[in-house]
Design a protein. Sequence first.
Length: 519
Amino acid sequence: MVYRSRRPPVEIPDTPVADFVLARAGRRGDRPALVDSISGRTITYAQLPDLVSRAAAGLARLGLGKGDVCAILSPNTIEYPIAMLAIAELGAIATTASPLYTKADLGRHLTDSRARILITSTSLASTWTGIADDAGIEHVITFDSAEGASIPFTRLLDESGTHSRVTIDPTDIVALPYSSGTTGLPKGVMLTHRNLVANILQVDASVHYLHDCDTTIAFLPFFHIYGMVVIGLLGLWSGATLVVMPRFDLETYLQLVERHRATILHVVPPVVVALAKHPSVERRDFSSIRKLFSGAAPLGASTIEQCTGRINCVLQQGYGLTETSPATHVTSDDPLMNVYGSVGQLVSNTECRIVDPVTGNDVATGQDGEIWLRGPQVMHGYLNCPDATQATIDADGWLHSGDIGHADADQNFYIVDRLKELIKYKGMQVAPAELEALLLTHPAVADAAVVSLKDDECGELPRAFIVAKAPATAEELMSFVADRVAPYKKVRRVDFIDAIPKSPSGKILRRLLRDMAAT
């Protein structure tokens, strides 16, 4: 059966995302929009549109135009959303990269996306130096001004000027985050102006999401779809104040929550666990908090109850994918309606099917199957990957999520497993295929498979099964991988086995490996 959202539909305007997000900024005057958590430097809503326009004019002078790609590689900073909106205002495309990338990661990303300009940080110079030139980057701009930096971002903001307004179609691509999808290496997810505008309105309509009197602590990375859309773009559209943290530290985070009287906390499961159990949370003044909002990975009911009991507020949970901009399901923030353990009900204008992955038939209510989704937030496709796009979005527009779940009689949805190979480490995507390919370059490895290992703190950890052809220790192989990947991709456990279970077509049977690990 087709499940259709029970929430009232929202009307989606054909407005470019930058114009949409900034439409109400001027009337908010001196209300803080973005606050630097370290220095206290503040950008008000009255200042925001002009800063975006100046940045867009500066980028245009450097040659960035409609359809061009501009990469952003940086920790969170209050200029990050300005750069995103400036790129969008030009009709260009922002591709966002993890500051934890290795040189090889960044090189692949810049080359695949065909980025012309890189906006980054001098703190990451060891990553982008040389790689930017090799990938054909024409200009490097740094958020933090420093000696030797190609172009300080502040110079763009300091110089006045205008840019020619371009005609932007709602179906034009505006954002290009990278995701592994259901399988394989990271791929560019092509998101349109309509995708992002739609999802902002869909999440906003999901029961009093954000108000213009709200304050949140923005530690979740803006390069990730959750930080980009649900916190950054939606927060600025709503008129909330975003206190921006460059990196997460629990003690600092708790101090900021108290100091700024945060009203809504955007979190991920590891932070929910910390709020539920860590001794630093004791004797904190959380009286300003009206709710928590958690995404990026499912949460268990017991963890939610521990956390909300300690903080004394409701927890609203969302589910989605990079490929759906991201939200497709959100729980209620009414404690009487909130079913803990569920990822919620469909957001407005969204349909869902739950399909037997073997037969392709819809399953009955209460039975598990693959989650299929359809709505205005579904991506345009994967960049340079028509086969992967076709395998993910069928001819009828259904996106096959790769997640296994079910719905109850009240259309509360539950995620219970994953068909797709993706590993979620603290909400960050880890592609098993990438780690397997790397392990196979080690002279002692004949075959390798990587699966997820459940972990209370991190959600999932990469775990490798190795068929050896020469003597090697688990520690040696873990160190080999750690020296070559971003920290969140490190293999945390290695087991040696005689053979990797595979299908007749050669596909790794990961479920069998996970079952072996559980016994």
